[in-house]
Design a binder for this molecule. Structure first.
Ligand code: UDP
Ligand code: MG
Length: 324
């Protein structure tokens, strides 16, 4: 086996039908990375492209052993592609960027510099975003407000792929759905320090955007999931148990009063509606608590089962490793 090579920086780029952009992207990236004078690797994840993306990537990889390729069996989505990149990356710092040249590779050094200042995540903020207003920028502005408010992690631009991460904060994240945009929020749960810097954004010149306005409902649903996972108060037993405790307690108190009347004062309680209420409250109280317990078990089981893989790899090409 070859000795493990220590790598400082991993660049992770998801690619889905970006054949026309890949050569330019690589040409722009190379001088930026060379200038850093640090060890690096560039990981392209081919997310089931059906254009010439993969042959083009292979040709680049052949000439440059610092380029590594992961080819998915089919299109699993941008989140899965980024997750595969995170799993495979060996660098201490991981930088993600889009494969369509909308992000500017020249923003990478400032991102890394911020990480050097002690932040765990540095997120790009596309101040002058070059996308359509009505279908992209407006929904995104609303989403950013909403996500910031709900997750308490205040960022102006969650949707920007250009971000830098310290390795340890992303290595243990479990991503699925459209979850990649929520990484800062998820990482805040494990105490990551997060900041943002303004980055350049350019219009897409070649190829098509892979998303439409139809993405919005999915993002909102994922936001609910993230909120659910982040907030302690949504643990089911705490909610159901609270109601169960109140109803059960009231039922028992009424029951005690009625028993006192029946047993000590020798009153007849058979015709009292309050008796029914006492029984009802006690039983619902017990049911609330057991329901909470069941929900708790289901939530746990759900989290365990989410260890399921969200992508399947057809091929990995990496000149540093023995497998290829
Ligand atoms: N992408 C991907 N899998 C997908 C959709 C997109 O890997 O299913 C990649 C795509 O190739 C690009 C990046 O994710 O590198 C961002 O996609 P796009 O530019 O279409 O998104 P937009 O900038 O329009 O939000
Ligand atoms: Mg784009």
């Amino acid at each position: 086996m070859k000795p493990e090579i220590k790598i400082y920086l991993s660049i992770v780029i998801p690619i889905y039908n970006e054949a026309k952009n890949i050569p330019d992207l690589y040409e722009e990236l190379l001088p930026v990375l060379k200038k850093l004078e640090k060890s690096y690797e560039v990981i392209f994840i081919d997310d089931g492209s059906w254009d010439d993306s993969y042959p083009i990537l292979k040709a680049i990889q052949k000439k440059d052993p610092k380029v590594k390729l992961i080819k998915f069996r089919k299109n699993f989505g941008q989140t899965a592609a980024l997750a595969a990149g995170f799993d495979y990356a060996k660098g201490d710092i991981i930088v993600t960027l889009d494969g369509d040249l909308q992000n500017d590779p020249r923003d990478i050094p400032p991102l890394i510099e911020k990480i050097g200042q002690g932040f765990d995540i540095v997120s790009g903020w596309r101040l002058k975003r070059k996308d359509k207003f009505l279908t992209r920028r407006l929904p995104s502005a609303i989403a950013n407000r909403l996500i910031s408010w709900m997750t308490k992690v205040k960022l102006h631009d969650y949707g920007c792929t250009l971000k830098a991460f310290r390795k340890d904060v992303v290595k243990n994240l479990r991503l699925y759905g459209e979850m990649h945009r929520f990484i800062p929020a998820l990482a805040s749960e494990i105490g990551a320090s997060i900041t943002e810097i303004k980055v350049n954004h350019r219009p897409r010149k070649k190829g098509k955007s892979k998303y439409t306005i139809m993405r919005t409902p999915r993002v909102i649903l994922d936001l609910i999931t993230v909120k659910f996972m982040l907030s302690y108060s949504t643990r089911p037993l705490q909610i159901f148990g609270f109601f169960g405790f109140i109803t059960g307690f009231t039922g028992v108190v009424i029951g005690i009063i009625l028993s006192y009347k029946r047993l000590i004062l020798k009153h007849s309680i058979a015709g009292r509606p309050l008796l029914l209420l006492a029984i009802l409250l006690t039983v619902t109280g017990i049911q609330f608590v057991t329901l909470g317990l069941l929900a708790e078990i289901m939530v746990r089981a759900y989290h365990e089962s989410s260890a399921k893989k969200i992508y399947y790899i057809r091929e990995i090409i990496d000149s540093d490793s023995d497998e290829s």
